[in-house]
Design a protein around this ligand. Structure first.
Ligand SMILES: [Zn+2]
Length: 214
């Protein structure tokens, strides 16, 4: 593969952002995260950024047209000439079609596969400090003293509303509904690479590199 025009796909908690950053460093290509770009455009006060800000402030999803405009501008920059890793875009089949219409053909779409139960286990075990916002995990990263924040010493860690199992299942349902047609779209184009995301971060990174032939 001469270029690495990649996209990372995976449910919340799959480690998508972490893997995208690692791969970007390794291949020396930009990690193009739409979440980061929207925040950046908003900070800079560009026309698109202001438009995006209106929606974000109203707590609404930024419409495809606006996101696509921001991505198009970003992919035209010099550092994206030999490749890039899209993270957070496209999220839907119409967005994928718009990207293809822009003349952007992806070399590989890396789908980090993690079962729903594992996602619930990972995100459902999260404990947050209501005082300083530090995040722990019941099994993977517990605080040194039970129920006490390592960082600020506050007592009484909580499970945030978003991290409750029912809330996670709802997000997953929404995720699957939106991404199933997207996965099908890239499968038909022969660029989908499924990677087992239930291994250690190092193993997942190695598997990605091997599967995309980097
Ligand atoms: Zn704290």
């Amino acid at each position: 593969m001469e270029t690495f025009r990649l996209m990372m796909l995976g449910p919340p908690g799959a480690g998508k952002g972490t893997q995208a950053k690692r791969l970007a460093d390794r291949l020396e290509i930009p990690h193009v995260s739409t979440g980061d770009m929207l925040r950046e455009a908003r900070r800079k006060g560009t026309e698109l950024g202001e438009k995006a800000a209106e929606y974000m402030e109203a707590g609404r999803l930024v419409p495809d047209k606006v996101v696509i405009g921001i991505v198009r501008e970003r992919l035209q920059e010099d550092d994206a000439e030999t490749g890039f890793i899209l993270d957070g875009f496209p999220r839907t089949r119409p967005q994928a079609e718009a990207l293809a219409e822009m003349g952007v053909e992806l070399d590989a779409v890396v789908n980090i596969d993690v079962s729903d139960d594992e996602v619930v286990n990972r995100l459902g075990g999260r404990l947050s400090c209501p005082n300083c916002g530090a995040v722990y995990h019941r099994d993977a990263n517990p605080p040194a003293v039970d129920d006490v924040c390592d960082k600020c010493g506050s007592e009484g860690l909580i499970t945030r509303e978003d991290d409750r199992p029912e809330a996670i299942r709802e997000r997953l349902e929404e995720y699957h509904k939106k991404t199933a047609p997207l996965i099908e779209f890239y499968e038909q184009r022969g660029v989908l690479e499924n990677v087992n995301g239930e291994a250690s971060p190092d193993e997942v990174a190695d598997a990605i590199v091997e599967q995309i032939g980097a």
